[in-house]
Design a protein around this ligand. Structure first.
Ligand code: F6P
Length: 325
């Protein structure tokens, strides 16, 4: 079943369906660019940095422009917050029903090694955006009306929730349409696989050190079974693996750069991914609190994110609670 047919069946919100369709078109255009690789100069680094101080890739900027153009063309979006720009971009359709936060090309450093990257979109209700500021974007993740990512891997996938389960669509490159290939994804509640950048270990808090130490001890330790580890350094790919076969993705609070609470951005990484995971039966916390309940304080805020299989996330929450007692 094609994406637009699916949307008509499950959602009466025509404006939301239009928005999702345009985000999907952006995904199709970006997929075509990614596919061309060095032939399009897409692996080139720019001399500029984004608001996070990260070096931008040529394709970061192209993807931002493509997504912005599609969202503008939808006429149902009032403003867009992008990883690539400090301030939200407010459209002429300022009274339109939705705001979108996006990371147009997440994990783009992977382009240099022909690795998997993705685009992430979070859809919020427009509570009254103005050209003056970013206040309207500061809504907790549970206010999201939809969340999706497009993953540019061997196949181009679109993974979507509008709050009624999480569904996977696969791009048919010949017809240029996304076809439903998995409805109501379910993350197994138990897992023996974790994803973490272990090079930061010495900066972690005691609760995280304890959890990973126990995983490493495997069958000889408190957990009584062996664990496997994976780390793609591309959130879209790591989260997709968890949606597919379970596991936990961990980017915890660390003391490496004390001004940053975590690595990942709340409004266009943590929140949309947490909604997709929650709608697939998983959980997502910052250590103690549900990510989706966090009240954002700024547009490019970073948070710790621990997400995935329910039982492991509950265990991680307990370890963090015990550490505060
Ligand atoms: O925030 C962007 C991102 O590339 C994520 O997609 C990914 O999970 C993480 O950063 C990788 O972090 P590190 O460079 O520590 O492996």
């Amino acid at each position: 079943m094609q994406l637009d047919v699916f949307l008509k069946q499950v959602s009466l919100n025509h404006a939301l369906n239009v928005l999702i369709w345009h985000a999907a078109q952006a995904g199709i255009e970006i997929a075509a660019l990614v596919k061309q690789g060095a032939l399009q100069g897409v692996t080139e680094k720019m001399t500029s940095t984004n608001v996070q101080g990260e070096t931008q890739m040529h394709l970061d900027i192209r993807s931002h422009e493509v997504a912005l153009e599609q969202l503008r063309a939808s006429a149902v979006v009032a403003a867009v917050l992008s990883e690539e720009e400090e301030e939200p971009i407010v459209f002429e359709t300022v009274d339109a029903p939705f705001l979108v936060s996006m990371d147009p090309l997440d994990g783009s450093s992977n382009l240099a090694i022909n690795g998997v990257v993705g685009s992430i979109f979070s859809v919020l209700p427009n509570t009254g955006v103005t050209t003056q500021g970013s206040q309207a974007f500061l809504q907790p993740g549970q206010a999201q009306r939809a969340a999706l990512y497009v993953m540019y891997g061997p196949a181009t996938l679109l993974v979507l929730t509008i709050g009624q389960g999480t569904h996977v669509f696969t791009l048919d490159h010949e017809s240029g349409t996304f076809e439903l290939t998995q409805q109501n994804v379910e993350i197994p509640p138990e897992t023996s696989e974790y994803a973490i950048n272990a090079s930061n270990q010495r900066y972690w808090q005691p609760a995280m050190k304890r959890y990973i130490e126990e995983c490493l001890q495997g069958a000889d330790g408190a957990r009584g079974r062996d664990f496997n580890m994976r780390w793609c350094a591309s959130m879209v790919m790591d989260v997709h693996r968890i949606l597919t076969r379970g596991g936990v993705f961990l980017y915890p609070r660390d003391s490496k750069q004390p001004v940053k609470a975590g690595r990942l951005r709340l409004l266009y990484e943590a929140n949309p991914m947490s909604l997709l995971v929650a709608q697939a039966g998983g959980e997502s916390i910052d250590g103690l609190e549900d990510v989706l309940a966090l009240q954002p304080t700024s547009c490019h805020q970073r948070v710790p994110v621990l997400l995935g299989s329910r039982q492991e996330i509950q265990r991680l929450r307990e370890y963090h609670q015990q550490a505060t007692e």
